[in-house]
Write a protein that binds this ligand. Structure first.
Ligand SMILES: CC(C)(COP(=O)(O)OP(=O)(O)OC[C@H]1O[C@@H](n2cnc3c(N)ncnc32)[C@H](O)[C@@H]1OP(=O)(O)O)[C@@H](O)C(=O)NCCC(=O)NCCS
Length: 182
């Protein structure tokens, strides 16, 4: 991992982030889903602007170009981009009893397998831990599962999405404790 710097995403990054996510969804899910499922995913995935507004959305850059992004949240929403039909639940979580959410992890297809996702995940976990959370969970795509497993997350529940234009998408709720113990 050389030459990467990180910072919190700002609202004027949104256009670049949307473009990166569209590239990642189209290119990196193709090994895991059918073309119809990739198209359905594109409708429910993507950026949740709330994460940027909450200043819990991180990006990694190299030479001023965004290589990847991802966030965490102290709100109850599990997953879903701004354009998705998924009902938002902005209720604040209780760090004493709830798991922080890991949200919207994407790496530019030009930058995959260079540790970008792992580094962003680590930054998110550190921030959630600093906010008092002892556990983190996410609703993982099949494309995200290998990264999360490599980072110590274990499956909790296999889920099938509600139909999107008649197509369902497999998801996996995954989690781990943030003190390193599973
Ligand atoms: C998931 C995603 C963010 C991973 O990004 P990345 O920057 O390439 O991940 P990293 O380089 O940090 O990978 C760390 C480790 O995770 C595992 N891993 C990541 N992608 C993998 C893949 N496609 N196949 C197998 N293992 C993988 C490996 O163990 C890897 O370590 P290694 O490269 O030394 O073997 C990226 O593939 C992506 O944007 N996918 C499409 C969007 C998506 O589905 N996001 C998840 C939403 S829940």
């Amino acid at each position: 991992m050389t030459g990467f710097t990180h910072r919190l995403a700002q609202l004027d990054d949104l256009d670049a982030l949307h473009a990166l996510m569209a590239r990642a969804i189209a290119a990196l899910q193709a090994d895991f889903l059918t073309p119809a499922q990739v198209a359905a995913s594109a409708q429910v995935m993507g950026l949740d602007r709330q994460l940027v507004e909450d200043q819990t959305y991180v990006l990694l850059e190299r030479d001023g170009v965004i290589a990847g992004c991802g966030g965490w949240s102290w709100r109850a929403t599990m997953y879903g981009g701004d354009a998705s039909a998924i009902v938002r639940d902005p209720r604040p979580l209780d760090p004493a009893t709830d798991a922080a959410r890991i949200r919207a992890m994407y790496t530019d297809p030009a930058c995959i397998r260079q540790g970008v996702g792992r580094q962003i995940l680590r930054l998110c976990e550190d921030a959630a831990r600093a906010a008092g959370f002892a556990r983190a969970e996410m609703m993982a795509t099949l494309a995200g599962e290998p990264l999360y497993r490599a980072a110590g997350y274990l499956p909790i529940e296999h889920v099938i999405s509600d139909p999107i234009d008649g197509v369902t998408v497999p998801l996996i709720r995954m989690g781990k404790t943030l003190d390193g113990r599973l």
